[in-house]
Ligand binder design. Structure first.
Ligand code: C5P
Length: 296
């Protein structure tokens, strides 16, 4: 196996094409089912071994906290502890994924760090161990180990990859991401979901087979459901207002994760990307975060 001095890893954004929250578990986390896909759009993380006795994280965006609370540095501590070796790392993060967006940016960065450190040292940890470390870092983290279209269950740690033919159907599907100029805190969103549990939880099992048939038939609209949309939309009214406008114009769209970013699938209803962007800019202003990307 080739061992490198430095490694650069694509750290993709994710969206939930479907997200159903079933209820709160005794440990305080929520049981959910989600169909998660990674996007071509993402951050880039460069990892190097550092001849010193602390890790360092540099980030292109000064707004990103670069102290010990950053998930990349927490991943480095967890990795070192597991390996029982005093090896330290330098990380450079080219940040493009907005924070508090429901795009899994921080979770993806943490897993990119785990994979980068492991590759630099000649892969001392196997995939199962990386998965275990990832699950401790955050509920969305395990998905990013393979970052292939998958059903996510439990609190996020159970990953059931879609079969090759369904993955092929999804790969390359164009998708527009847009985010207003505010973020949504995930812990807050889960708490508010729980506060109106009877309206918000969907305890019945998800018909994953039926949804897979829709993917096979190329009808992704059938997937678009997000348990968070109603609760988060009550406080952040700009979200349902714009999503309603887009839906009225025939655009298939949804909020991703606990928000605040949303996405549209332009091909599913043949609405031109230019028209979608006009509606988004009209609703949220010129400074809106807007990216045209695709599922990878
Ligand atoms: O695991 P993570 O740190 O990303 O979770 C952020 C917050 O979201 C936690 O405070 C947790 O309570 C909540 N959460 C939840 N159920 C999940 C995932 C996260 O209640 N399945």
């Amino acid at each position: 196996m080739q061992v490198f001095d430095e490694i650069t890893i694509h750290s993709p954004a994710k969206v939930n094409l479907m997200l159903s929250v079933h209820g709160r578990r005794p440990d305080g986390f929520h049981e959910l089912t989600s169909l998660m896909v990674a996007l071509k759009f993402g951050d880039t993380l460069t990892v190097r071994i550092r001849n010193a006795n602390e890790d360092v994280l540099r980030c292109s965006d000064p707004a990103v906290p670069s102290g010990a609370e950053n998930l990349v540095l927490r991943a480095a501590s967890a990795f070192r502890e597991r390996l029982e070796r005093s090896v330290y790392f330098e990380f450079h993060l080219e940040k493009r994924i907005p924070m508090g967006a429901g795009l899994g940016g921080g979770s993806g960065n943490a897993v990119a760090a785990l994979k980068g450190m492991n590759q630099l040292l000649g892969e001392p940890l196997n995939k199962e161990t990386l998965h275990e470390l990832a699950a401790k870092l955050g509920s969305d983290c395990p998905f990013f180990i393979d970052a292939k279209p998958a059903w996510i269950c439990g609190r996020g740690e159970r990953i059931e990859p879609l079969n090759a033919s369904l993955c092929e159907q999804l790969q390359g599907v164009p998708l527009m991401l847009f985010k207003p100029n505010f973020a949504v805190n995930t812990a807050w969103a889960f708490q508010h979901l729980a506060a109106n549990a009877s309206e918000n939880y969907r305890p019945e099992p998800v018909d994953t087979k039926g949804l897979e048939d829709s993917i096979q038939a190329g009808v992704l609209d059938n997937l678009l459901y997000n348990s968070f949309e109603a609760t988060v939309g009550k406080k952040y009214v700009a979200l349902p207002t714009l999503l309603d406008q887009l839906r009225n114009a025939g655009v298939a769209c949804m909020m991703s994760g606990s928000g605040s970013s949303c996405f549209a699938l332009p091909e599913s209803r043949s609405v031109a990307p230019k028209q979608i962007k006009e509606i988004v800019v009209d609703g949220w202003g010129e400074e809106v975060f807007w990216v045209e990307t695709s599922i990878c």
